[in-house]
Design a protein around this ligand. Sequence first.
Ligand SMILES: [Zn+2]
Length: 492
Amino acid sequence: MKWYGTCYDAVMLRPGLLTLLLAFPALSQTTAITNVNVVDVVRGDVRAGQTVLVSNGKIEAIGAAASVAIPSGAKRIAGDGRFLIPGLWDMHVHLRSDQARPNIRMPEDNAPMLDLFLPNGIVGIREMGGDLSDEVLSWREEIRKGILTGPKILTAGRKLDNEPPAWAGSLGVKNAQEAREGVRQMKQVGADFIKVYFRRTPPEVLRAVVDEAHKNNLKVTGHKPSNMSIQEFFETGIDGMEHSQYLATTDRDEYDKMTREAAKREGTAWAMDGTESAARLLAMQDDAEGAKVWKLMADRKFWVTPTLAVAANVMQTSGKDFDQDERKRYFTPGMWATWDSKSSFRRPIQGRALTLREVSNKRWDALMVAAYKMGVPMILGTDCGANNNYTMPGFSIHEEMQAIVKAGLTPADALRMATINPAKWRGDAETTGTIEKGKVADLVLLRSNPLENIRHTQEIDAVLQNGKVYARQDLDNMLKRAEESSARHRAK
Ligand SMILES: [Zn+2]
């Protein structure tokens, strides 16, 4: 563990963790959740009075009380008045250092955040790549082996980008051959999928990434390069896309014309800046073309991660004083500084840029709703982590579900995006993602009905991950541990 540095060693060795680990029941222990309301996320309804039997990490039986025999010696959890949902996944998480200080690696500021997911009902995360891929891959393995508690991790390893890359840790590639080499490298280190972050790139480079990834049985997702229309991006065969902003659809010839103009003006005093291109995109939005493209996306199962809440957070205009936020104690000063507009690399925007951004954000919300209703498959991701202002790992999943509902979808839709849809994306919907007999026992016990009000996902009584029970007290201990290790980091 040398590479974690001394502070993280201290985190690993503290007695609290050992006590907690030993306190967990053995996997063979049977747990019975009795008289509970089971939320069916697919149908969007509730079955009352159910007994859910969990053993060997799986849901062994589920049914009305009279039909399920509870073995003697089973641990009982009273589900009376409670609601059981499948474990949540945040499908867009960053474990990374501060972009404002690219030469300082921050694994110790990220490690305590692993304790923030389970207390928020999150049993797994999709990590979108950064400069800490060695640590992330180790954490993934330690969590798999039960050495470390935390969310199941899928990771992109390092992002693929232009040379030089925009973010520390990304692999910069200059042509199709290097792109293929980058994909093979990520496959070799054990990445679970490929994330692309090309700002501008010839389509053949992206096509090479996709082709090589598919040969290696990896999916590809990421940002749409600005030189490619959404149609061209989609036609590379890429499996999905991050951020609903790229659902903005224009006539492709018009888009290409704008791109050529932008390229011509580059480096001049009259270069096209973000404000101008945002205004043009808003003016060029073509809903009829959108409907055509979204239909294709729905047919091909092109996965979109909307990330709505972060779009508002990075504008830093909520007026909220986050220094008074009680969650500040869970983060190291180094991590907190990456979110503070006074020290963050994202400068607050104002004037026309801000006005456009506010209009754009509303448009992106509406695009998500329209595309979702046309059947575009979507997964929930929050884009939490360093540099994405006050988008706090763990907690952000509830904000994102609320944003999805506020935009116009139902609580059941928001829950699908965080449960069964991630399972479909992973390709393991046969064994995870819903509460059914034989499936992995990843469950969250809530005090109130989330279908009535999505805010109820925050009222967590217990979490089961692979059948392991984390009672409220265990979850509070985990939060306490995050607080203590962040405080230790503060004192150093
Ligand atoms: Zn991201």
